[in-house]
Ligand binder design. Structure first.
Ligand code: SF4
Length: 62
């Protein structure tokens, strides 16, 4: 699974790094990035939960 954050859609709410800090973090602009785009299998559930919790659906998992 690959994680990607659409920065144009992110509103910087901070939810995704609080749910899945192993993959998502906030950058210097206060927007989320996927610090690690390749999601290890053991983190897929957590990354999925972060994506589903994102209020703007900015997280793309593929
Ligand atoms: S949950 Fe969505 S809107 Fe909030 S910081 Fe993460 S990507 Fe941005």
């Amino acid at each position: 699974m690959i994680a990607h954050v659409e920065k144009d859609a992110c509103i910087g709410c901070g939810l995704c790094p609080s749910i899945c800090p192993e993959i998502f973090e906030m950058d210097e602009d206060g927007l989320a990035i996927a610090a690690k785009e390749q999601v290890p299998q053991e983190l897929e559930d957590s990354a999925q939960e972060a994506a589903e919790s994102c209020p703007t659906e900015a997280i793309i998992l593929s």
